[in-house]
Design a protein around this ligand. Structure first.
Ligand code: HEM
Length: 220
């Protein structure tokens, strides 16, 4: 997967409708249900049917950088816009996330990393305030922690049955060595994606995800 070099400023590209996105080639990924066997909650295991998990089956991803900041634009079809904190006991806000191992090395994407090689997840939810996104780190299933400070911004727009969400962050975040992946032009990084269809009761471990790591190359 290519992370295309662009010249736009972060504030410009953060807009999912920015014209600059037209020149960044999209890649379509097949999304799968998170396996019930990997759910740490016995309640989830007992009450969910894997066939009903993962409403989003196809995700379009565009990746770009301007030398200082990296950008991901995620788009997927969703007939209902769920953007309230609490909608119903079985309905949650829509959301999406990006996963990258911290410090290189291989680590299981289907278990959100391991004790030895943690993962950094970038998280956007439709009920977050404008431009808010959270930084999380996980050392395997059931270990997700939210950082106090997030260097990530994200903006989502729902239009005619489709979400488009842009994430951005400085390539390098030296103040967050332990909690965030460090990116650099000319290097590659493993990347994975997740989508929560809140209207179908998806949240936390119940979502769709890209089953295999993709190697993202940051164009020099
Ligand atoms: C590859 C893409 C993935 C991304 C980007 C991702 C991202 C995230 C994020 C941001 C959270 C916190 C969300 C919240 O609190 O609502 C979370 C929680 C969680 N995720 Fe993932 N995830 C991925 C794959 C998976 C897979 C394959 C599983 C397997 C079942 C899984 C299981 C969980 C569980 C159980 C939680 C609840 C919190 C915890 O127990 O740690 N995730 N994930």
């Amino acid at each position: 997967m290519q992370c295309t070099k662009v010249s736009g400023a972060a504030d410009q590209l953060l807009d999912p409708a920015a014209a600059a996105w037209a020149s960044v080639p999209p890649e379509t990924l097949t999304m799968s249900a998170t396996p019930l066997a990997n759910q740490p909650s016995e309640y989830i295991k007992a009450s969910r049917d894997e066939k009903q998990i993962g409403k989003c089956r196809s995700l379009e991803v565009q990746a770009a950088h301007n030398g200082n900041d990296v950008f991901f634009r995620l788009s997927w079809g969703d007939e209902s816009e769920n953007n309230k904190e609490v909608i119903d006991t079985n309905m949650f806000p829509d959301g999406c996330g990006i996963l990258m191992p911290i410090g290189g090395g291989d680590t299981p994407i289907e278990e959100m990393g391991s004790k030895d090689v943690p993962v950094n997840a970038w998280f956007w939810r439709a009920n977050y305030k404008q431009d808010e996104a959270r930084n999380t780190i996980a050392h395997g299933l059931g270990s997700t922690e939210f950082s106090k400070k997030s260097p990530i911004r994200a903006r989502g727009a729902w239009q005619q049955g489709k979400w488009s969400v842009v994430f951005t962050r400085p390539l390098s975040v030296p103040e967050l060595q332990q909690e965030a992946v460090q990116l650099a032009v000319g290097k590659t990084v493993k990347v994975g994606f997740a989508v929560w269809e809140g209207g179908s009761g998806e949240r936390a471990g119940v979502k769709s995800f890209s089953k295999e790591w993709r190697e993202l190359a940051l164009e020099a």
